[in-house]
Design a protein around this ligand. Structure first.
Ligand SMILES: Nc1ncnc2c1ncn2[C@@H]1O[C@H](COP(=O)(O)OP(=O)(O)OP(=O)(O)O)[C@@H](O)[C@H]1O
Ligand SMILES: [Mg+2]
Length: 616
């Protein structure tokens, strides 16, 4: 219930559509009830003997007519009542019938107009809520740290925004409106039922509570199952997602069969759970209907007996009762169906709220300091770090980098080089120790202002499925041609871009699949350069280039480094010779530090690595 209320809070900004929609729903329900009562004059006209309806004497005729549409009248104020009665007055039965038919057409016309109006309005509220939740969720994803994403399957994260939100629609969108609409109908019909024959009505409702209990139990079961279905869907999406992004590897290793089997296992799992879910769900409608029929038969029995035995029930009232009772079935059935939808939706809502309630671990403090420029130095002070659930990856890192310095990080794979620069970008926070920039702890800085200082070329080149231009000027609208070109030139990318079919406007495919590895890297470098940051981080930025391009890109990088602070991570030691400071890392520790000349002249890891590369 709490969950549902929380979900309904999303409706608040859309009340301006919802409230009038509810107004029309009420009108619709009233009109529907009214249309049902039309059975009374109809039965009177058709089934009662002539003299009862059209009596020769004036007084009697008046009497019978004021009585005739009595059931119509319960829902109408006196003024309308007179109007309706006046309209339905006629000389012969056929005449009355004709008028009645016209009246029915009018009533149903109005009723359907109300239906359309409420639907017209309510859809804005429904879809508005869905859009809001979707956007909230997506924005929240952006506030979550990298760690969160590493621990989750992509498919599952996607499924939250697609499937789960669609199911929530059943609870808060369609579901809620449906619930309201049907509840109003239920109320109107209930009123009619009791008004027509309250004793019979009481009897009927003795049987209802146990059946509602049954339906509720069913809904609970569904809720559990629906959670399962969503997880399975997530697994399926994950497999699919991995195949699509890793299709090259799948083909290269001829692993199609293996991947297909993996997918089939996932679909089978999904299939099984889905079949179970739908089977349980299918119990709902027949069960409710049959319960309804039981109630109906009992009523027919007792009602019929009451009429036959002269128990005070008139046939037209009985007809009205039956009509209203049967009309009541449909909204009740729908309410129970909606209840199932709502339960499913709530299961999804729970998962969505779980995400929304995940506090972003890495965020700007309440009163952050803004960095408007880097002036003095960056310091790592006794920094230790471990990824969630792993052993220490960085141990007591102490490092000082002055403004304008070029620092090279070298060392064997897994030494912690990428991790170290990730900490500087505050993708993670140190477990111990701190990192300061101009003597300010990163943790008190506004994250955006910190990241604005940085230009990062990551080890894994990540580009977006967009044009070359937009990939270089990532996030900038209205970048000037000269700026984009010069960034591309600096990254030695300008020429190959011009050779592409649409030049800078060429689409590069998902993650840049239409480019070579080296071209991708050069675009990534151009993107970092375009940002014109004070601090540059190159993590294996030239690893995919041939030695000629590498040299020219390296030249460009060297030029760029002037006046900036640069972190270069490279396995090829030839590229780091000129660094002001070479930091040699091994197993999460800094084992040596110095410039090339000093390091090459002492025994240690650097000399060993250097000798291995150059076979000295
Ligand atoms: N997201 C992660 N979760 C858990 N462990 C991780 C994660 N990323 C890296 N590691 C581990 O942290 C250690 C350091 O990784 P890091 O990427 O910093 O190494 P590296 O020095 O950059 O290596 P390389 O030269 O191969 O890029 C490795 O042992 C790695 O297995
Ligand atoms: Mg690395």
């Amino acid at each position: 219930m709490k969950l549902y209320l929380r979900l309904l809070k999303f409706l608040k900004p859309h009340l301006k559509y919802l409230l009038p929609a509810i107004f029309f729903m009420v009108l619709y329900a009233v009109m529907t009830g009214f249309s049902v009562t039309m059975i009374v004059p109809f039965t009177k006209v058709v089934f009662y003997s002539e003299e009862k309806v059209v009596d020769s004497t004036q007084t009697k005729e008046k009497d019978s007519f004021s009585k005739q549409p009595e059931s119509l009248v319960v829902l109408l104020p006196k003024y309308l009542k007179n109007k309706v009665n006046g309209f339905l007055k006629g000389k012969t039965k056929v005449d009355i019938l004709k008028r009645l038919c016209i009246f029915i057409l009018i009533v149903f016309f109005i009723k359907n107009i109300f239906w359309y109006l409420q639907s017209f309005l309510v859809v804005k509220a429904e879809e508005g809520v869905i859009m809001d939740i979707r956007n909230r969720l997506y924005s929240h994803y952006h506030s979550l740290p990298l760690e969160y994403f590493h621990g989750k399957k992509t498919g599952v994260l996607i499924s939250r925004i697609t499937n789960d939100i669609n199911l929530v629609r059943g609870a808060v969108g369609n579901g809620f409106a449906m619930l309201l609409r049907q509840s109003f109908l239920v109320l109107v019909f209930l009123f009619l039922v009791f008004w027509a024959a309250w004793k019979l009505a009481l009897l009927a409702f003795l049987i209802l509570p146990p059946s509602l209990f049954l339906i509720n139990k069913l809904a609970m079961k569904l809720r559990v199952k629906s959670t399962l279905v969503q997880t399975k869907m997530g697994t399926m999406t994950s497999v699919l997602q991995e195949t699509v992004s890793g299709i090259r590897v799948v083909k290269a290793f001829a692993m199609e069969k293996f991947e297909i089997k993996k997918f089939m296992d996932a679909t089978k799992d999904y299939f099984r759970t889905m079949v179970k879910l739908i089977r349980i769900g299918s119990l709902g409608p027949p069960l409710t209907e049959y319960l309804g029929v039981i109630v109906g038969v009992l009523i027919l029995w007792f009602g019929g007996k009451s009429i036959l035995g002269g128990g005070g029930l008139t046939p037209d009232r009985f007809f009205l009762f039956l009509f209203a009772m049967f009309s009541l079935m449909d909204p009740i059935k729908k309410v129970s169906q909606t209840n199932i939808d709502i339960q499913q939706g709530l299961a999804s809502a729970k998962r969505i709220f779980e995400v929304l309630d995940t506090e972003p671990k890495i965020k700007s403090p309440p009163h952050p300091k803004r960095m408007d420029g880097f002036r003095d130095k960056i310091e790592f002070k006794d920094v230790c770090f471990a990824y969630e659930g792993t052993k220490e990856v960085l141990h007591k890192i102490n490092l000082e980098v002055k403004n304008g310095e070029i620092v090279a990080l070298v060392g064997p794979s897994g030494a912690g080089k990428s991790t170290l620069v990730d900490l500087l970008a505050r993708f993670y926070d140190p477990a111990f120790g701190k990192i300061e920039i101009d003597r300010i702890d990163l943790k008190v800085l506004d994250i955006t202002s910190l990241r604005n200082l940085l230009g990062i070329v990551t080890q894994e080149t990540i580009l977006f499925n967009d044009t070359v231009w937009n990939n270089i000027a990532y996030g900038y609208n209205g970048a000037k041609e000269e700026e984009v070109y010069s960034a591309a030139r600096a990254a030695n990318a300008h020429e190959f871009i011009l050779k592409m079919t649409n030049g800078y406007q060429t689409l590069i495919g998902d993650r840049g699949v239409k480019l070579s590895g080296g071209e991708r890297q050069r675009l990534a470098i151009a993107r970092a350069i375009f940002k014109n940051p004070q601090i540059l981080i190159f993590d294996e930025a030239t690893s995919a280039l041939d030695s000629e391009s590498e040299r020219s890109v390296q030249d460009a990088i060297d030029r760029l480094m002037k006046g900036r602070t640069t972190f270069v991570i490279a396995h090829r030691l030839s590229t780091v010779k000129n660094a002001d400071k070479i930091v040699v890392m091994d197993k999460g520790r800094i084992v040596q530090m110095g410039n090339h000349n000093s390091l090459i002249n002492q025994e240690g890891l650097y000399k060993k690595l250097y000798q291995m590369q150059f076979k000295m």
